[in-house]
Design a protein around this ligand. Structure first.
Ligand code: G4P
Length: 507
């Protein structure tokens, strides 16, 4: 069962085509049964704007968080990584729950900042990556330039698996290296409708390039890919359906089945007979008057059955999971059984937190689920100063839930909150008001980023003595260096070689 699962995410910069590709993958996998693309796009757009609206009211649509579809005996779990204005720590965390990722790159733009950030998160856990260079139906940058940019900027071997025969006005299709067939555009819209030319006549200048692409780059190597050292590169057009089937097939063929998860010194593999999993994301429910939450558990091992009792790490007593949610594209369905690699939504009242491990029998804690240094820091300013206590409670709650991170400066009374994406700030202010009756606003903070300090006790103490004005404690009481700029971090790192200034922290 397990080997037939692929749990993955798509990483990209906004506008590269993630939504379009997601739809096409779901269509190819048969998960969306809609008459035409226009309708599918309309639906996606509606879904997106709904999401924004609801998120503002501080609930979130959970339906698009996990999309499950089956194709040729393989179950694909596609985890959504919000990548637009709604970019947040959730996006990073979701990547801790996948076994592989597709990196979508716009052929005209190459590697963009958000792609790079998300890539770095994948690299932390050696998540293998398949690259999809999108929009080859339009003018794009030269293929070799793109390949070299991926290799250089990401320090990764690239192994092209396909080649666009021309781009934009010259676009004649995409050659698949494995079959030697060219997927040809058809009709006035120049889409791919399944027509493959397996005895293609290719203009000389493309033929030369193709040869170079095949001999000038490393051959595909499954181990190197699975270690995260090499990425196979596909070319296509999500909009016109080029390369989508090849991409699904590549995931089926190469992407790893559910991986073992580290738990301190040990690892727990999918074959372990006990049910285990970890929470990588918690979402507040739609109704602002309820404290209902849905915790997303990535199952690591065992066969989960509805009604089963699992013990969350740190809680000590088991909870029965009567109404788990399994995700099937647009619908949510009640799960009866789930397997390693699957995602289960567990309704709860705040018992389950991001980073928690759940297990059937034995006390266990999975590791490798870090917090990420925030990139946006703000000071919280109370409208009514008598509400300090409520504010602290709210910030503690919300940081445990993973909505924000909170830092209590060693000097001064103004607390600082940190987020990865702008939208989290709006969610914070709205939730403080709605749930905690605390009116607050956020103002600029003198700090640009935060780093967790590690090192031997003496060295840390020494550092603390001289940098009090730039130190804070996080929710767990760990010391954090608040930096005014990235330069500041580098400077301190050079000055204090015995310490590490870490941009991630494990709970
Ligand atoms: P995102 O989720 O990564 O942000 O990207 P999304 O799929 O929304 O695509 C961004 C824009 O790029 C959309 O155009 C989409 O139609 C277009 N696009 C996606 N894939 C391709 C492709 O393979 N070829 C071409 N030519 N365009 C592509 P838009 O103008 O924002 O929306 P729309 O009005 O075209 O729907």
């Amino acid at each position: 069962m397990t080997s037939e699962r692929r749990t993955f995410a798509i990483i990209s910069h906004p506008d590269a085509g993630k939504t379009t590709l997601t739809e096409k993958l779901l269509l190819t996998g048969g998960a969306i049964h809609l008459a035409g693309e226009v309708k599918a796009r309309g639906q996606a757009r509606r879904a997106r704007s709904d999401w924004m609206k609801i998120e503002q009211q501080r609930g979130i649509s959970v339906t698009s968080s996990v999309m499950t579809f089956e194709r040729e005996g393989i179950t694909f779990n596609l985890l959504d990584t919000p990548g637009h204005e709604d970019f947040s720590e959730d996006t990073y965390r979701t990547l801790t729950a996948v076994d592989s990722a597709i990196m979508v790159i716009d052929a005209a733009k190459g590697i963009e900042p958000q792609t790079r950030k998300l890539f770095e998160v994948c690299r932390l856990r050696s998540v293998p990556i398949i690259t999809f260079v999108n929009k080859v139906d339009r003018e794009g940058r030269p293929v070799f330039e793109l390949l070299d940019e991926i290799a250089d900027m990401l320090a990764l071997d690239v192994s092209p698996q396909a080649y666009p025969v021309g781009m934009g006005g010259e676009f004649e299709g995409v050659l698949d290296f494995e079959t030697g067939c060219v997927a040809r555009p058809e009709g006035p819209s120049k889409e791919f409708n399944g027509k493959r030319d397996c005895d293609p006549a290719i203009p000389d200048r493309f033929a030369e390039e193709i040869e170079l692409a095949q001999i000038g780059y490393p051959e595909f190597d499954l181990d190197a890919y699975r270690n995260g050292d090499l990425t196979p590169v596909y070319f296509g057009s999500a909009l016109k359906s080029f390369g989508v089937t090849e991409l699904i097939e590549a995931i089926a063929k190469y992407a790893p089945p559910p991986r073992p998860q580290p738990a301190g010194e040990d690892t727990v593999g999918p074959d372990h007979d006990e049910v285990t999993g970890f929470i990588f994301k918690v979402q507040a429910n739609m109704d602002p008057n309820h404290r209902d939450r849905i915790a997303f558990m990535r199952q690591v091992s065992g066969t989960f059955k509805r009604g089963m009792k699992l013990t969350p790490s740190g809680l000590g007593k088991p909870i029965a999971i009567h109404s788990p949610i399994l995700f099937f594209a647009q619908d949510r369905e009640l799960a009866d059984t789930a397997h390693p690699g699957d995602i289960i939504g567990i309704p709860n009242h705040g018992t389950l937190r991001v980073g928690d491990t759940l297990s059937e029998r034995n006390e266990l804690r999975f590791t490798g689920l870090p917090n990420f240094a925030p990139e946006i820091l703000r000071r919280v300013q109370l409208a009514d100063p008598t509400k300090t206590k409520q504010l602290r409670k709210a910030l503690d709650d919300l940081s445990e839930e993973g909505v924000i991170q909170v830092f209590y400066p060693e000097i001064g009374a103004q607390w600082i909150i940190g987020v990865v994406g702008q939208l989290q700030l709006e969610v914070l202010v709205a939730r403080l008001d709605a749930e905690y009756k605390v009116k607050a606003h956020l103002e600029a903070s003198p700090f640009a980023t935060a780093r967790w300090i590690k090192g031997d006790e003496k060295a840390v103490e020494e550092f603390e003595k001289f940098n009090r004005a730039n130190l804070a404690k996080d929710r767990d009481g760990d010391t954090v260096f608040m930096a005014k700029s990235p330069w500041d971090v580098n400077y301190q790192q050079e000055k204090n070689p015995g310490l590490t200034f870490s941009s991630t922290k494990e709970r």
